[in-house]
Design a binder for this molecule. Structure first.
Ligand code: ZN
Length: 324
């Protein structure tokens, strides 16, 4: 279906994420016209920082009218009130009513969505989810998130908080998680926790001192993936073990939903096949075979555009719903 505003209007999507705020001017068909980014001061009021990028993008839009703004937030959003319930990484966004402040400043409707939901919708509409009707999206970066699209629509759950894939328990005796539970997937598979596990292993395993990672005390998850790609066995083992944890949780999703496609995004997935293969092997091992065979496991394709594009398209859908 062609949306009436698909070619003549545009929308602004923003990834409200520390340390970088990313914004994009997006056409109604999901194509990106312009991008802007700025360092985010996560302790200062967020609204004026977003507003600056919105103004820049509206100037860049020229004569093309901008119809609405979508904001991807790393936290829980109440869809009834358009307000943030929890955003533990960004305390400043909790202090105000970001949606209302931005609406006042820009005179545009501003819709708040969970960032994993936004990325999922972006991938579903114009990325790796295209062509599917039912899709689960997994994001593995500084945190672990998930989002569900059922029959072409985001499934938000009873109160808007569905898809908390990162808080599936994979080790009942594991580390304490930010959510209060123990042994959540996020406690082992989020980028900072991959780094922590790697440090722990380097400290207690004498053969691991042969790894190139031992030479650099301040390595990141990206460094681990790079070393794995260039043949460092220890780094490869850490990536594979992480994939195994993720695959364990993916098997739960496959068994529960018999879902058509699972799309994997986020910074940790930059390891590509090195992590996707162990995820698939473990998911296959732990899931009901007919369900596994019906599921495609694929890498996301939009990269850093996923959240801004998805948030902009959700703003498009919301503004169009309000037109009689
Ligand atoms: Zn948790």
């Amino acid at each position: 279906m062609i949306h009436p505003t698909q070619t003549t209007s545009s929308f602004i999507g923003v990834d409200v994420y520390s340390p970088i705020l990313r914004a994009a001017l997006v056409k109604g068909d999901g194509s990106v016209l312009e991008r802007r980014q700025a360092a985010l001061d996560s302790d200062a009021s967020v609204s004026p920082q977003v507003e600056r990028l919105v103004t820049e993008l509206r100037d860049a839009a020229g004569a093309t009218p901008v119809i609405g703004i979508g904001l991807g937030i790393p936290g829980l959003i109440d869809p009834q009130t358009n307000r943030i319930v929890i955003a533990s990484d960004l305390p400043a966004v909790l202090r105000g009513d970001l949606g209302a402040e931005l609406q006042r400043a820009t005179k545009l409707p501003a819709v708040l969505v969970n960032d994993a939901n936004a990325a999922a919708y972006g991938e579903y509409m114009v990325g790796a989810g295209r062509g599917s009707r039912n899709m689960f999206y997994v994001t593995i970066g500084s945190g672990v998130g998930g989002a569900l699209i059922l029959d072409g629509k985001l499934w938000l759950g009873a109160t808007g908080f569905a898809g908390e894939f990162g808080h599936i328990t994979i080790d009942p005796e594991g580390n304490e998680c930010v959510c209060g539970n123990r042994g959540c997937l996020e406690t082992v598979a989020a980028a900072p926790n991959i780094v922590r596990r790697t440090h722990e292993r380097l400290n207690r395993d004498s053969t691991s001192s042969l790894s190139r990672l031992a030479l650099n005390r301040n390595f990141t998850a990206t460094d681990i993936a790079r070393e794995a790609r260039t043949g460092d066995d220890f780094a490869l083992m850490m990536i594979e073990r992480t994939g195994k944890f993720i695959g364990t949780a993916v098997a739960v999703v496959i068994n529960l939903l018999n879902i058509e496609r699972i799309v994997f995004g986020g910074g940790v997935m930059e390891a590509g096949e090195l992590i996707l293969n162990p995820i698939a092997i473990e998911a296959k091992r732990r899931s009901f075979q007919p369900c596994f065979e019906a599921t495609q496991l694929v890498a996301a394709t939009l990269g850093a555009d996923a959240v801004p594009v998805g948030a902009a398209l959700l703003a498009r859908d919301t503004t169009q719903k309000s037109v009689p």
